[in-house]
Write a protein that binds this ligand. Structure first.
Ligand code: M6R
Length: 613
């Protein structure tokens, strides 16, 4: 949550900060602001709303200066208002800070500051930081010492950057715990700090990542690093290969529509070089796993949040079924607080598109403390998850701009299926002919996905019908139960319609009381071993006057006859059914959201990357 950028160099800072904030906006879009240090004091502009609104406001005034900081906010403490927007500025206007994270002890700190005469201009927890730093600077400290001393007094994970007119030409940044991190960019005659590599790429590809407890000091001529005691820290400059991908929607009305349509290419990229067609084998050399190590594994625990948790649930199903290792998926925020029984013979697989989700990172820290072996499944090379994990499986989906995860879930499920097959072979559970068959099935996935992402008209018509409903029930079984959860999540987050995902067998144990002609049920029932069980569920809903929308295999002549609407997926083996069944969940939610005039790319109250607990 929250995007941070800082710049110091020869150029005017404001346009650079605004451009970077546009890149960072997916991290939060409640408000945006910049502060630029000028000879006569701090020039600040901040507005509730999107970066576009900030850009218009900056155009109307003179925000000149070559050192500045900027922020896009996802509100935690204090409403969405101009005054709660960052940067927060000291009372005399000499210093400004932006913050990502939560100052957990802010009430206590604020009381102390108020007693010392500080006046607060916002309702945020973050504002204590600027007044504390201001106090240290008034006592004679330089900017970095003021930040270090403040850091030692606050509790909670944080990323902070600051600048002061009394210490000109300098920006400082700090990372404490896992609040989304800070990347430092080495430029020529300019240096930058940002919460996301992407914001730096227009300026440099030479970077260093701050670790918790490290402070970066950037001036026009250099970047240096110290720890919280003020001791110098040596950091290696990393040259990143990644270039900035043009975040263009092209012919699509929304990024979400584009990203749904990109799933065939995303799946192809994800499979590339991981399938050896000649030998009919899966190869994941990046894991550096031996057969002996896999045989010793006692369990696989997959962790994640939101959509990534749903992908993890589908992955756990595949790992247990194929590799015959006990596997389960856990909500990372619960896992970290419940003394999990894991150790060196546990494999933890963290699924996180961004690689920066605070709860997932904290769960990974917990797993590391307990000596579990860990893999990260993520889109972002260099993200914090990749730095905690022993090895990484990259999704290769390409940057996902829409807040609702789509193509990254498909790729997470593909990667986890590859992992299941790979573990199966190394453990001696997967015979060569079964592996060869699985390779062929996976290779067909991009083509089958293409056929689905083109079939949009039926969804538009159905969306028109559903959009006036207040509640929806999604039912699935086995590997398709996580898809029911995901379908409900998509509908809630972008269409704002209440929806619940249930294991189909559980329906009779409670939810059935709510079935009526006003609660449509979406049933995932492609042809597989559980088809007849799903048929019974459909009959139970119909018997109570419920309307049923079924996701069925093309050519279905059973369930199709008794449901109110059918959406079809191609006839495909069970191994790839979860990836194919995901597409109708996405398209339906997308068309309902658009039909209701909601912005599916920036749903209310959400942010793409959740870097606070
Ligand atoms: O970056 P992550 O995959 O760790 O994010 C976890 C969730 O916040 C995320 O999957 C969220 O649920 C989706 N964007 C919702 O569509």
């Amino acid at each position: 949550m929250c995007g941070i950028i800082a710049y110091t160099g020869r150029q005017q800072a404001a346009p650079i900060l605004i451009e970077a904030l546009k890149t960072l906006e997916y991290r939060g879009y409640d408000s945006a602001g910049i502060a630029v240090a000028a000879e006569k004091g701090m020039n600040t502009a901040k507005v509730a709303g999107r970066v576009e609104a900030l850009a218009s406001s900056v155009k109307k005034r003179d925000v000149r200066g070559t050192t500045g900081i900027g922020h896009t906010r996802w509100a935690t403490h204090g409403g969405v208002t101009d005054r709660n927007a960052h940067p927060h500025v000291s009372t005399d206007g000499s210093m400004a800070i932006v913050h990502n994270g939560i100052v957990e002890n802010y009430l206590e700190l604020k009381a102390g500051l108020v007693a010392r005469g500080y006046r607060f201009a916002s309702d945020t927890d973050s504002e204590v930081i600027v007044h504390m730093m201001d106090g240290f600077m008034k006592d004679g400290d330089n900017l970095e010492t003021a930040l270090r001393k403040t850091a030692r007094m606050i509790r909670g994970a944080a990323a902070i950057v600051a600048l002061a007119t009394d210490d000109p030409g300098k920006v400082v940044g700090l990372r404490l715990g896992n609040a989304g991190g800070l990347v430092c960019g080495f430029g020529d005659g300019q240096n930058l700090l940002a919460s996301d590599l992407l914001a730096l790429l227009p300026h440099t590809n030479r970077v260093a990542y701050l670790e918790s407890g490290e402070v970066a000091i950037a001036t026009r001529t250099g970047l240096s690093f110290i720890d919280l005691e003020g001791r110098a820290v040596n950091k290696q400059e990393i040259v990143v290969e990644r270039t900035r991908e043009a975040a263009a929607r092209g012919k699509f009305p929304h990024f979400m529509a584009k990203e749904i349509a990109e799933q065939p290419q995303a799946a192809t990229a994800c499979l590339r070089q991981r399938i050896d067609f000649e030998r009919g084998r899966i190869e994941l050399p990046e894991l550096k796993l031996t057969a002996g190590e896999v045989r010793k594994l006692r369990q696989v625990v997959l962790i994640g949040m939101g959509t990534s948790l749903h992908a993890a649930m589908a992955g756990a199903h595949a790992i247990e079924a194929i590799a015959r290792i006990p596997a389960r998926a856990e909500n990372a925020s619960e896992f970290r607080y419940r003394e999990p029984v894991i150790g060196p013979e546990t494999l933890v697989v963290a699924v996180t598109q961004s690689g920066e989700t605070a709860d997932t990172l904290a769960a990974m820290d917990e797993a590391r403390r307990r000596s579990a072996r860990q893999f990260a499944v993520t889109e972002v090379d260099g993200s914090q998850a990749t730095r905690i994990a022993d090895a990484t499986l990259l999704l290769r989906a390409g940057q996902e701009i829409g807040v609702a995860s789509t193509k990254t879930m498909t790729c997470s499920m593909v990667v986890l299926t590859l992992l299941a097959l790979y573990l199966g072979r190394l453990r001696g559970e997967l015979a060569p002919d079964r592996e060869r068959a699985a390779v062929e099935q996976l290779a067909a996935l991009p083509r089958l996905l293409s056929a689905m992402t083109e079939l949009e008209d039926g969804y538009r018509t159905l969306a028109e019908r559903i959009k006036s409903t207040d509640h929806l029930l999604y039912l699935g079984r086995g590997p398709l139960f996580p898809l029911a959860l995901e379908g409900a999540l998509k509908m809630k987050e972008i269409a704002y319609i209440h929806a619940e995902g249930y294991p189909a067998g559980e329906m009779k144990h409670g939810f059935i009381a709510l079935i009526s002609d006003r609660v449509p049920t979406i049933v995932l029932a492609p042809r597989n071993g559980l088809y007849e069980k799903m048929l019974s569920n459909v009959n139970e809903v119909k018997a109570r006057g419920g309307e049923v929308i079924a996701i069925l295999t093309e050519g279905d002549e059973g369930i199709a006859k008794i449901v109110d609407h059918a959406l079809y997926v191609p006839d495909a083996p069970e191994l790839i059914q979860p990836m194919l069944s995901l597409v109708p969940m996405q398209l339906l939610a997308y068309h309902v959201a658009v039909g209701l005039n909601r912005d599916p790319d920036k749903p209310r109250n959400l942010a793409k990357t959740v870097t606070v607990e």
